[in-house]
Design a protein around this ligand. Structure first.
Ligand SMILES: C[S@@+](CC[C@H](N)C(=O)[O-])C[C@H]1O[C@@H](n2cnc3c(N)ncnc32)[C@H](O)[C@@H]1O
Length: 210
């Protein structure tokens, strides 16, 4: 469901980046593997996608969705201790930094995982900017529910060069994927009210050359 409604910002980011066949990537906090599969479809069999998650169950989930993509390698690892067998062209995370203790530590590790001039892309929400019938959303379980609002500065302070940054969100009213996703996430059906899902802030950054 998350993939249905947040696929558009993911596509925007991959287009902006010019992700190509043969790239080596890491998807940190891969969860069920939606982003890993999207990356694998572009990089093809000559590329590689490391799907990293701290939860060992995620590895089984990724293994299932990745059955058709031998270029996906699932690894159980903390983003704070990210260590890959090779430098990658792209380190990506979505809906991860909002959950970790210190997002800057994870961003630094992502920067160290890419080759010099390699790419780091983070997509994180501004939860309280989401609206149901004009009222703000909240997410009490997340450590940093509004981290998207701080993302460009966090990425810069992690030693990366910010190339581009923007926000996107999906909206709707009544039946459809936006209502289904919100109901799934919050347990409350918004009915026919207008919903603006939390905007996702995307930051595209590069590791400096030296
Ligand atoms: C909300 S899910 C996002 C999944 C996926 N990125 C997506 O956008 O569909 C967050 C994932 O981050 C993982 N995670 C949380 N803290 C982590 C950490 N410190 N290191 C690596 N993964 C972590 C969780 O286990 C979970 O699978």
């Amino acid at each position: 469901m998350r993939n249905d409604v947040y696929r558009r910002p993911l596509n925007t980011a991959l287009d902006r980046l010019g992700l190509r066949e043969g790239w080596r990537c890491v998807d940190v906090g891969a969860g069920g593997g939606d982003v890993s599969v999207a990356l694998a479809e572009v990089v093809g069999r000559d590329g590689r996608v490391y799907a990293v998650d701290s939860d060992p169950h995620a590895r089984d989930q990724v293994a299932e969705v990745a059955a058709a993509h031998s270029q996906i390698v699932a690894i159980t690892q903390q983003g704070e201790e990210l260590l890959l067998p090779e430098p990658v062209d792209l380190a990506f995370c979505r809906f991860l930094l909002m959950h970790v203790i210190d997002p800057k530590v994870v961003l630094r590790r992502m920067g160290e995982a890419v080759r010099p001039l390699g790419w780091v892309v983070a997509q994180e929400p501004v939860t309280s900017a989401g609206r149901v019938d004009g009222r703000s959303l909240s997410m009490p379980d997340a450590r940093h529910p509004d981290i998207g609002a701080h993302l460009p500065a966090l990425v810069r302070d992690a030693g990366l060069e910010v190339v581009d940054a923007w926000a996107e969100s999906q909206a709707g009213a009544g039946a459809g994927p936006v209502r289904d996703y919100l109901t799934h996430l919050t347990g409350v059906d918004p009915g026919d009210d207008s919903v603006v899902l939390p905007p996702l802030v995307t930051v595209v950054a590069r590791r400096p050359s030296a």
